[in-house]
Design a protein around this ligand. Structure first.
Ligand SMILES: NC(=O)c1ccc[n+]([C@@H]2O[C@H](COP(=O)([O-])OP(=O)(O)OC[C@H]3O[C@@H](n4cnc5c(N)ncnc54)[C@H](OP(=O)(O)O)[C@@H]3O)[C@@H](O)[C@H]2O)c1
Length: 319
């Protein structure tokens, strides 16, 4: 699998990041370890977790982070893994109340370090935004932990372009570290934002795309396979598309994927993920895989490079 470079950092992650939301919960520990081993065996080194995963289930808290911590300890590979995890998520029972005070950030950072059994986090993500709080104050809070050596780099997730601009401007005028990446909902599938159940999620839109194009900031999208939408449509496994992707445009995109697959010999997965890894700014899709078969299939996209014309064709149908 190819590796890339996150601008403004010394991080050289694999071009595909493994999402670990289900590790230690819907994917039991042994199977999680096997999938993490398989990622490394295939040249992967980049993980995405969050303190809140999978606290919606009646099991041990922070099962994803704890599973990664146990795996890194068992494999003695902490130094070779780029660990990304997220904090400052609202309480699951009060999603409309942000948790972004300096104290909440500090207690989340410390808890994640403990779960991961490490003394530093390579890339710490703010899971959500709190638009009522000045972006500069949030940057200040995070830089305290960078200076203390707990965090190496920071990123934001589900932030609007204007807020990212404010955070980056504050960081640069105050000599502080800003965000090196942004996580948003983004895949080759067209998104019906009105159908998104969680209104605190932010999908890729034109202002964000312009921001990434102009600034060169890395995009690290989640739901990068639209939850397997095109593979499922292709084999007639979907009676009805999930509301987030229920748009006639996605039928047309599947037709274009099929056309490109026929011409190139690439699989649906390789085209869907290659669309992201071939963007004009560094884009590292986070894949969520339920089993080894899906993981192997998803990682097979790690060497795919599509041309700008192919990327344009997939999205717009223009040749
Ligand atoms: N920052 C945020 O707010 C945020 C939000 C959501 C997720 N995330 C991160 O992103 C990760 C991935 O998100 P996601 O699970 O939504 O991503 P995803 O890769 O779009 O969806 C995963 C689902 O796609 C299907 N799938 C995966 N690989 C497949 C393949 N090769 N062929 C066919 N179907 C395949 C499976 O569905 P089935 O189970 O139906 O087979 C799988 O459960 C999470 O683990 C988490 O780390 C971050």
């Amino acid at each position: 699998m190819r590796t890339t470079h996150i601008p403004g950092t010394d991080l050289k992650p694999s071009v595909i990041c493994l999402g670990t939301g289900g590790m230690g919960s819907s994917i039991e520990r042994e199977a999680s370890f096997a999938m993490l081993d398989a990622l490394v065996a295939q040249g992967g080194n980049f993980l995405d977790s969050a303190k809140v995963y999978a606290d919606w289930l009646p099991i041990e808290r922070s099962s994803s982070e704890k599973t990664i911590g146990r795996w890194m300890k068992a494999r003695k590979n902490r130094a070779r893994i780029i660990v990304g995890t997220k904090g400052a998520h609202p309480d699951l029972k009060a999603m409309n109340i942000p948790r972004m005070s300096p104290q909440e950030i500090e207690s989340d950072v410390d808890a994640s370090l403990e779960h991961l059994q490490t003394d530093y986090i390579d890339l710490y993500w703010l899971h959500r935004d709190d638009p009522s709080r000045p972006a500069g104050e949030i940057i200040e809070s995070l830089n305290v932990h960078i200076k203390a050596g707990k965090l190496r780099y920071i990123g934001c997730s589900n932030w609007r372009a204007e807020r990212i601009r404010q955070a980056q401007a504050y960081a640069s005028t105050h000599g502080l570290q800003g965000f090196c990446g942004d996580q948003m909902l983004w895949s080759l599938a067209a998104v019906n934002t009105a159908g998104m159940a969680d209104k605190t999620l932010v999908a890729m839109d034109e202002p964000l795309r312009t921001y990434h194009t102009d600034s060169g900031m890395a995009a690290i999208p989640y739901s990068s396979q639209a939850n397997g939408l095109f593979n499922k449509m292709a084999v007639g496994k979907l009676k009805e598309s999930p509301a987030t992707y229920r748009l006639p445009e996605n039928e047309q995109r599947l037709a274009r994927i099929r056309q490109l697959a026929a011409e190139s010999g690439l699989s649906i997965t390789q085209i869907a993920l290659g669309y992201l890894t071939s963007q004009p700014f560094v884009t590292i899709p986070i894949v969520g895989c339920r089993n080894m078969e899906q993981l192997t299939d998803s990682l097979s996209a790690g060497d795919v490079v599509l041309s700008p014309a192919q990327v344009r064709y997939l999205e717009t149908g223009q040749v």
